[in-house]
Design a protein around this ligand. Structure first.
Ligand SMILES: C[S@@+](CC[C@H](N)C(=O)[O-])C[C@H]1O[C@@H](n2cnc3c(N)ncnc32)[C@H](O)[C@@H]1O
Length: 266
């Protein structure tokens, strides 16, 4: 079920444009995430990084370009997007097919040493809260002391009068940096469905989706709720380091002594 280099490149280029619709200043957000990685991994010979919900390897490829000495593991459950990444960004990462947040999902990662950082872009909003908390707990157990989880996503705004202002600032910023991408998520997938080279992978994707019906997230978790869940999962410090509109980079740091403060079980 492979795809040719040319096909993978074309669909990933189109993916990159489509995703700009959902992340205000997406490229800058990738750069900010890499800045965090740079700070956390300074002086480490071969940092170990995990990209959660990697899609076709967009973040992994940028990290690999900036940190060629890093080992990068990229996890996703979508067979088509994984195949595009494996083909076009083959050297960027080791791609792993797993459903993040499901019982035992970390076993598939095949990690042999603690992570320095787990990163994610535009992906964790798919997880319903129980799966998100499980994910945060399992990532906390995989990170070294002082390691970080970095989540760049569009977070649901808190229900305050500031929410309108946040949305306005995001819209203005998007306009200044070229406006909204013309293609959206749905039309990207509709177009992919018309490419015969992708037919087998799309069949596999549909088979999996049919068995997972009803498992999607509600997308209604605010950044402050994420912070609460991260602390509950054992992260010692949580703070946003960058934001435009609802596009935010949230960083959670493990304490230097692993396991402290103790995770609060619910
Ligand atoms: C909008 S895409 C973002 C992909 C990439 N990180 C980027 O920034 O372009 C969200 C990705 O998260 C993946 N995803 C969502 N929930 C997942 C889960 N529970 N396990 C694994 N992957 C998941 C989807 O398959 C999809 O590839």
């Amino acid at each position: 079920m492979g795809v040719s280099m040319g096909t993978a490149r074309a669909w990933i280029e189109r993916w990159e444009r489509q995703q700009e619709r959902y992340a205000v200043d997406r490229e800058e957000r990738f750069t900010v995430i890499a800045d965090v990685v740079e700070h956390v991994t300074a002086g480490r010979a071969r940092p170990l990084l995990l990209d959660l919900g990697c899609g076709p390897g967009s973040l992994a490829a940028r990290l690999a370009a900036r940190f060629p000495h890093a080992e990068i593991v990229a996890a996703d459950m979508d067979p088509l997007l994984l195949e595009l990444g494996r083909t076009h960004h083959a050297d960027a990462a080791r791609y792993v097919d797993t459903v993040i947040g499901e019982e035992g999902w970390t076993r598939a990662l095949g990690l042999r040493r603690p992570l320095d950082a787990a990163l994610s872009t535009t992906a964790l909003h798919y997880l319903p809260e129980p799966a998100l908390l499980r994910t945060y707990r399992s990532v906390a157990s995989l990170l070294r002391p002082g390691g970080v989880l970095v989540n760049g996503d569009h977070f649901t705004p808190d229900a305050t009068p500031c929410a309108d202002l946040t949305a306005h600032v995001g819209r203005r910023r998007a306009e200044r940096s070229g406006g909204r991408a013309p293609e959206d998520w749905r039309s990207w997938w509709d177009a992919a469905a018309r490419d015969p080279e992708l037919a087998d992978l799309l069949d596999e994707r549909s088979r999996r989706q049919a068995t997972r019906a009803g498992c999607g997230g509600d997308g209604q978790i605010t950044a402050s709720r994420h912070a609460e869940l991260l602390r509950r999962a054992g992260f010692a410090h949580v703070a946003p380091v960058w934001q435009f509109g609802d596009s935010t980079v949230l960083v959670a740091i493990m304490g230097e002594t692993h396991g402290l403060p103790a995770p609060v079980r619910t």
